[in-house]
Design a protein around this ligand. Structure first.
Ligand SMILES: [Ca+2]
Ligand SMILES: [Ca+2]
Ligand SMILES: [Ca+2]
Ligand SMILES: [Ca+2]
Length: 376
């Protein structure tokens, strides 16, 4: 994917070759010439000049071919090798994201080797305003040259910054370029609100935007899909007998047992959730996500009402707080059912702590409800 073109401080800079689409190109096409693609340098279309990669920004540019009118002696065929009508032939489109609306003077960097290969039209959002028509390159033959000059009946070469596009509101716009003369070569564009600005050399760096990397999830990593995540903290409440031992470990995002209290050890501590409303599917798959701990292998029991539906023990681990996902299978739940999750705090005798060894804390993160496989 091509980088997103954006405005930065009232300037928009992009490579001609990074267009998003090309349309109305049945008889003339903008072709890429690229130093990284040697095939692009040999073609069999009518053309009067050699490739001009030397000094091309980004090592690539476009030329509109075939070029069947390279000088005054070759026939001018309107609608084929020339068109004074903007938006009629070989339209390149560039989505640009603008934050500062206003008048943008358009500079293009072109390479011309004659008098019949040095013009194009600029448009915006499907319109081709008079101010964007007939961008003309007179000076700088046989060299990459910037121009913002509009060809006028009384001045064929035009004057600097006489070609512009008015952007009336912030947001996404479509900058367009269409053919005027075949054989025209374009390298790069600059749109600027600064009327006194004149580009030099290859011009400034392109103004593009790359979104920063998204943050990846750190919890429930094995859960590939879900109808609802019943996280321990939001949905589950300890019963009276468990209240004094049960707590939520904010740091590790898990329900836990306060194993610092001797009474809390080696017993099942229960937290419960009552199904408040009708669920969308007759049966949902259930998964319990627990955390392994190095000091003990906690066990878990899950009940729907009085019925035990699953019983698991964390495997021994060397990585503290790594997630385990236990499958409870398809379960039918209805309004008013209560789901109980129980955990215990145990020691495996491996981690000394004072006179005894440390206890695990029966940590678990969530009970996950999933649509059955055929309804994901
Ligand atoms: Ca050529
Ligand atoms: Ca031509
Ligand atoms: Ca040419
Ligand atoms: Ca270029």
């Amino acid at each position: 994917m091509v980088d997103t073109i954006v405005e930065k401080d009232a300037i928009i800079v992009f490579e001609a070759e990074n267009y998003a689409s090309q349309t109305l190109n049945e008889s003339r096409q903008w072709l890429s010439f690229s130093e990284t693609n040697s095939e692009s340098l040999s073609h069999n279309f009518a053309d009067a000049d050699l490739p001009h990669l030397d000094g091309a920004s980004n090592g690539e540019y476009l030329e509109i071919l075939p070029d069947t009118r390279t000088n005054h002696d070759e026939a001018l065929i309107p609608g084929e090798n020339f068109t004074d009508k903007p938006g009629e032939m070989a339209i390149l489109s560039y989505p640009i994201y603008v934050t500062t609306p206003g008048r943008y003077y358009v500079w293009a960097r072109a390479y011309s080797t004659g008098t019949e290969d040095n013009g194009m039209h600029i448009g915006l959002n499907g319109d081709w305003p008079e101010s964007g028509q007939r961008l003309q390159f007179c000076k700088g033959k046989f060299a990459w040259t910037w121009s913002s000059q509009q060809r006028r009946p009384d001045n064929h070469c035009g004057d600097p910054t006489t070609l512009w596009i008015d952007i009336d509101k912030p947001g996404q716009h479509m900058l367009t370029v269409s053919m005027r003369e075949d054989g025209t070569e374009i390298d790069k564009f600059i749109l600027t609100q600064d009327k006194n600005y004149t580009p030099v050399g290859m011009g400034p760096s392109v103004t593009t935007y790359n979104a920063p990397e998204l943050s990846e999830r750190t919890a429930l990593k094995d859960i590939t899909h879900y109808y609802k995540i019943l996280d321990a903290n939001t949905y589950f409440t300890p019963n009276d007998a468990s209240k004094e031992y049960f707590y939520f470990d904010e740091w590790r995002k898990a329900a836990a047992i306060n194993a610092g209290k001797p009474d809390a050890r080696n017993i099942f501590v229960r937290a419960s959730y009552e199904v408040p409303a009708k669920l969308p599917s007759k049966a949902l798959n259930m998964q319990l996500v627990t955390l392994s701990e190095i000091d003990g292998e906690s066990s878990y029991r899950v009940f729907i009402n009085d019925q035990l539906i699953g019983e698991f023990t964390n495997a021994e681990t060397t990585i503290d707080y790594s997630e385990n996902t236990f499958d409870l299978g398809l379960q039918s739940l209805k309004q008013g059912d209560t789901i109980h999750v129980e955990a215990n705090a145990v020691t495996n005798g491996k981690i000394p702590e004072g006179d005894i060894t440390a206890f695990s804390r029966g940590r678990w993160r969530a009970l996950v409800l999933q649509h059955p496989l055929n309804k994901r």
